[in-house]
Design a binder for this molecule. Structure first.
Ligand code: NAP
Length: 276
């Protein structure tokens, strides 16, 4: 039986136990999945015990960077971004599966990456993972971020995209909201962007030159960004599948198997049906 957990400051409402138990159960793997909430000031003292008590664990806010001094190795995006969401205890290796979850979400929504033109709004933690995967996948990537210093830093780290302080009037295949505007206290709002001559909230005019809209936000299931895009007749993709797929990718790492888009999609549909 695999012993797993999610570790964060307050994971009392985390959906991780339900998702991982479901996915691993469908892969014929029994697991016990705990929720471990740790006050930030106690993390460094308690972190080492996790390796003895669990086979693997998922890490969330605010410990995605704090876990790194306790690890022996970092793979892929975890190394590039200094942010870990998945740890295998035996090897003390950290991974970051956000970008893989994003790619599976696009693939399963029928959105192609290669040679397509993407507009990313927001270059924070999740935005960076998306930018990296799109650039590596051969997309033509434009990134608008309101914090100019952050945009310059991400450009110097990743390169391969067009940094924007103003959104040009050109056609985009896909616009991706990575700003987090539209959830928590900003439910009902869209990001304010520098577009068509001034700062304005994303509205119908914005979607005139965008074919499809993706929002990383998964709660609410349809953000204002996606609602407006849908009302303009655009394809819309909400962040729910990405959340599930990044968990699926973590479970694939735990089991040493390669992720498969069709398997991930089937599992997500069954999971959603079961939770209705
Ligand atoms: P973050 O690190 O705070 O990044 C958001 C970035 O967007 C920040 O750089 C922020 O700048 C910038 N921003 C805010 N308003 C903007 C605007 N109007 N125009 C341009 N840039 C703007 O947050 P995160 O961790 O990347 O998360 C972002 C969203 O992705 C959240 O909704 C989160 O829930 C979601 N997410 C979903 C998944 C999933 O699996 N579906 C996974 C990870 C994250 P300032 O800091 O200056 O405000």
């Amino acid at each position: 039986m695999l012993k797993l957990a999610v570790v964060g400051k307050d994971v009392s409402l985390s959906e991780s136990p339900a998702m991982h138990t479901f996915i691993l159960g469908r892969m014929w793997e029994k697991c016990l999945y705990d929720k471990i909430s740790i006050p930030p000031e106690q993390f460094s003292v308690r972190a080492d015990r996790l390796f003895a008590e669990y086979d693997a664990f998922n890490v969330t806010i605010p410990f995605k960077g704090e876990i790194i001094p306790h690890l022996r190795a970092l793979e892929g995006d975890a190394r590039l971004f200094g942010a870990v969401n998945t740890v295998v205890a035996r090897t003390r290796t950290g991974y970051n599966t956000d970008g893989f979850g994003f790619l599976l979400m696009l693939e399963n929504a029928g959105i192609e990456v290669k040679d397509k033109c993407f507009l990313i709004l927001g270059a924070g933690g999740a935005g960076r993972s998306c930018i990296k995967k799109l650039v590596d996948g051969g997309a033509n990537v434009y990134v608008y971020e309101k914090d100019a210093d952050r945009l310059a830093e991400v450009y110097s780290d990743l390169g391969g995209f067009h940094p924007l302080i103003e959104i040009p009037e050109r056609a985009f295949d896909v616009a991706v909201n990575c700003t987090g505007i539209g959830m928590h206290r900003s439910v009902g709002q869209t990001p304010t962007v520098n577009f068509a001559g001034g700062l304005q909230p994303v509205g119908k005019e914005f979607f005139a030159s965008v074919k499809a809209a993706v929002d990383l936000i998964y709660n609410p299931e349809e953000s204002a960004f996606l609602r407006i895009a849908r009302e303009c007749g655009r394809q819309t993709v909400s962040g729910g599948p990405m959340l599930f797929y990044q968990a699926y990718c973590a479970d694939c790492i735990f089991l040493g198997k390669s992720p498969c888009a069709s398997e991930a999609k089937k599992l997500f549909e069954e999971y959603r049906e079961e939770r209705r």
